[in-house]
Design a protein around this ligand. Sequence first.
Ligand code: FEO
Length: 398
Amino acid sequence: MSFKVNENVTWVGKIDWELRKFHGEELSTHRGTSYNSYLVRGKEKTALIDTVWGPFAKEFVENLKKEIDLNDIDYIIANHGETDHSGALPDLMREIPDTPIYCSKAGEKSLKGQYHQDWNFKPVKTGDKIDLGDKELIFVEAKMLHWPDSMFCYLTGDNILFPNDAFGQHYASEHMYNDLVDQDELYSEAIKYYANILTPFSKLVTAKIKEFVDMNLPVGMICPSHGIIWREDPLQIVNTYAKWADAYQENQVTIVYDTMWDGTRKTAEAIAKGIKEANNSITIKLHNAARSDTNDIITEIFKSKAIVVGSPTINKGILHSIAALMEMARGLKFQEKKGCAFGCYGWSGESVKMINEQLEEAGFELINKDGLKIMWSPDEEEKAAAVAYGKEIGSALK
Ligand code: FEO
């Protein structure tokens, strides 16, 4: 499959309808993804921007041959070394081994480290460009969006930004354009992508958007390397990223817990009742971390003003689904969110203190420094205490 994005740019990537996990098993992709690769033809020169993930390398090269004589590709642009975009390079370079590969300096390091090949690398910096005859490709380094090697490029004349992972979504669709797909699906995948991948780099997102705006380059289309192409009001996703990067929160609180014999679940539900009683307008989401998708929970946390985290005590610690979630929260560096802890215990009862410490380490401001500890399973009096705890949380989030 290939299709024309406009008369000069052809999409030559791969839609991966089956993908359900990305980055190994780390990130769920309920709606698949696409690896977008673009063939850009100028009057004199032709460039290929990115390739596809390794398992599709042979298919990619075969399809590309139907589109162009590979020897007519003058430049390869590797905006990012991660293998979902560079994975077809070994197959492609076997066919056209001398073709120059334009990438950032860190990109060269990454590609050499992964493929152990001394290809014809041409490291570039922001402002460097290549001439296609009647138009140019301008490079813009995008360090840490989301890897040190990440890079954008911009096609003059057609005014197309190719930002690689930025503004992408793991979203397979036969439509491939933002104006043709279901908007709820599109935005739920875009925010999940931001929450799970870009959150730690939010300050850099803000700075990069400003830098790009200051370059005064008109943007007619944004062609990311995953998901759909933004052609209708393309700056909508840039403006949305600016909001997401600025300590984003909605009027929401997420309660996330794991439970062994239902005591912590009952406590979670009583806390939710209390939050609602004190703050009727706030959206409350409850997730059992062991039963809900972790990346979907992370997206809910990203949208929240606060998280309320519960685990019973086990082996003087916490249940592993909560431990995993807290490790993800630590790495993602959420901004300006509150948190607090609760949990049942039978004997030693360390879980609440441990969760509080992890919340603080992850940058959450504690709503209640003691948290709520319940011995065994909550009776009516302890359920009332959990409702009161919920009311305290609800009031703090008004
Ligand atoms: Fe889509 Fe960072 O790779």
